[in-house]
Write a protein of this length. Structure first.
Length: 478
């Protein structure tokens, strides 16, 4: 079955990320963003469009003006959400920007799980930035061939103009200039130092002091006079200025430099896509000292599935009660009977095997096991308290007396789940719908099969465990 961490959300809105090259001016970013809004508005399902370009420096996720996020409000449509998103990607493909389409809550969950606003994050670790960029570009080219991947992009790390100042420590020592204070003073002169604030009504402006624009290039800055114990000397006597290129940003994780290749899926099973990506990584040879890490929603799904294995403790609890592997096995046999209906219901409804479905499986396991416990315990109590002998009469009587409670319990639970089954696409019910599908399908199969198969299994294998239990626990209620 297809697997996922969470079922696909239907939030009724989309979050579209537009990423231009770092260093793009605000005017250019605004122009491209306006074109994107106009293209998005031509999609019939779009109601409203809002855009945010850049994020403030004090923001937890500060971004330059080259980054824009567009919030799109959708109206109900006959077209599936994946088809609407594919239409948006096709219309925005002409823009000179990297486009990524998701949903607000889904993006936040992805960011919490991997630090990247995408379902899949391939992180490349190493020391040399040029090598990292080359490896990321090679991996992105290889991943293009993986079916089901969309919005494939590499984290923007480009070279931007930089002014590099190299201090001559020997010359600075001779002139009595401390390198640290000198570099801080130069930084304040070039980038500016906040020395106050100007208030105009409700608006406030920082008062910043720095050198004029014309004096902040290397050809003029080296003639800047600096204070020394012996007088003023040009900056060129204690430092060498160089205009060059440097990375726009250096990201680190786990004390190592890293670059990220991110992607989303376009409806294909996430676990199958991840399996194909792992095959690509296995065939990729990395230089010594470089490594990759594949992260995203699938990691949480795999970890959650492993934790579910602890449910095998149910058998140990049953064995401690009945002291019989046969009776515990008969009761546990109700679980696969229930899972038959659950799997069929998931397949019929097109739902992936997600954590929400696993929660439904856990609930269903308790319901199915409880039915088996009540039926087997009733057989035992009839033999011990009412003098019934093991045979067909005991099994028929015990089964009929438990039939009404079991069916009433199943019917009441099924009726309660109907509203969740009928509103599969309603926003906010994406988690509850798979739970309801699993429990409803399991109740149907468990109730029908348990009515017939549990008495048959007890008739075939229950005589010896029953006699042993009655002899060993005289007077102990079940």
């Amino acid at each position: 079955m297809p697997r996922a961490f969470l079922p696909p959300f239907n939030e009724g809105t989309l979050t579209i990320s537009l990423l231009l090259n770092p260093g793009t001016s605000l005017a250019e970013a605004n122009q491209v963003g306006t074109q994107a809004e106009q293209l998005i508005a031509t999609v019939p399902e779009v109601l409203h469009v809002g855009r945010r370009t850049g994020r403030a420096e004090q923001d937890e996720h500060a971004e330059g003006v080259h980054s824009s996020e567009i919030e799109v409000d959708l109206q109900p449509s006959k077209r599936p959400r994946e088809q609407v998103m594919a239409d948006l990607r096709a219309r925005l493909a002409a823009l000179p920007a990297v486009v990524s389409i998701g949903q607000p809550i889904s993006h936040r969950l992805d960011h919490l799980l991997s630090g990247v606003r995408a379902q899949i994050a391939l992180k490349v670790y190493g020391d040399d930035l040029d090598t990292l960029r080359g490896l990321a570009a090679d991996l992105q080219a290889r991943l293009q061939a993986v079916p089901g991947l969309t919005d494939l992009q590499t984290e923007k790390q480009v070279l931007i103009p930089q002014l590099k100042i190299h201090i001559d420590y020997e010359a600075a020592s001779r002139l009595g200039v401390a390198p640290g204070p000198l570099l801080r003073a130069l930084q304040e002169l070039i980038e500016g130092e906040r020395i106050g604030q100007i208030t105009q009504g409700a608006r406030r402006f920082d008062l910043v002091m720095r050198l004029p624009e014309a004096r902040r290039d290397a050809s003029r800055l080296d003639q800047l006079l600096i204070d020394t114990p012996t007088g003023h000397v040009p900056l060129s006597q204690v430092a060498r200025l160089e205009e060059g290129d440097g990375p726009n940003q250096i990201n680190r994780e786990n004390a190592r430099r890293r670059i990220v290749v991110s992607a989303n899926t376009n409806g294909r099973d996430l676990s199958a896509v991840v399996a194909d990506i792992r095959q690509v990584l296995a065939a990729q040879h990395l230089p010594e000292g470089y490594s990759t890490a594949l992260e995203g929603q699938f990691q949480a799904q795999e970890q959650a599935s492993q934790r579910m294995l602890w449910l095998s403790l149910i058998f140990m609890v049953l064995y401690s009660r009945y002291r019989s592997t046969v009776l515990a096995g008969i009761i546990m046999a109700n679980i696969p009977l229930a899972l038959v209906g659950s799997v069929v219901a998931l397949w019929w409804s097109g739902q992936p095997l997600s954590v929400a479905a696993l929660v439904g499986f856990i609930t269903l396991t308790g319901v199915a096991t409880r039915n088996g416990i009540l039926k087997i315990s009733h057989y035992i109590n009839l033999c011990r308290d009412e003098g019934e002998a093991f045979g067909q009469a005991l099994i028929v009587r015990g089964s009929l007396e438990r039939l009404t409670p079991v069916w009433m319990t199943a019917l009441v639970a099924a009726f309660a789940l109907l509203p969740l089954l009928w509103s599969a696409d309603a926003p906010g019910k994406e988690i509850l719908h798979p739970v309801a599908v699993v429990i409803f399908g399991g109740l149907v199969s468990a109730t029908l099969l348990d009515t017939v198969l549990t008495p048959v299994m007890f008739w075939l294998w229950g005589r010896k465990p029953l006699e042993h239990l009655l002899n060993s626990r005289q007077g102990d209620p079940f």
